[in-house]
Design a protein around this ligand. Sequence first.
Ligand code: PNS
Length: 177
Amino acid sequence: MATPGSASTAAAMAERIAVCPGSYDPVTNGHLDVIRRAAKVFDKVIVGVVDVQVRKSAPLFDASERKAFIEQAIAENGISNVEVRTFSNLLVDFARENGATAIVKGLRAISDFEYEFEMNQLNRTLAPDVESVYMLASGDYSFIRSTGVKEMATFGGDVSELVPAHVAEALAERARG
Ligand code: PNS
């Protein structure tokens, strides 16, 4: 049992920090749902915005724009224990640098599982001390994907139900050229 001053008390009192990593190109309401839920489970959540090209195509928004979109959304939602940072190193190193013991990711569909399963094995091999935690997308968000949102917006589709208002406006602006 933990007694005052014991190592287990210190561990129990330590801040529980998680990272929520992603490209967030751009952030969607689905991402924000996962970030909001992670912020309830952990003391502090660091949203990590990838600042290298991890996908075949170059991102539509640069990392500082993607970071600012998330910062505005979390401020508007009144979430106080979330910070947003960019990173360009290994995810597990970014997690350790930030004192995180967990990586939180959202899972929308079976199609996400295969990729995440592989990432889990790799990350676990590199950093067994950093646990990966998966949150199943809420029903309303299980079909939202940044790629689909960008495609719809490019062709003038209304994405206001899928992303925060300021992101919908930025997408419309890009579509207008
Ligand atoms: O699906 P996303 O949002 O584009 O995912 C981006 C990220 C970084 C979360 C994903 O690629 C991942 O889990 N990568 C782990 C491997 C790693 O550390 N890559 C270096 C990224 S800088």
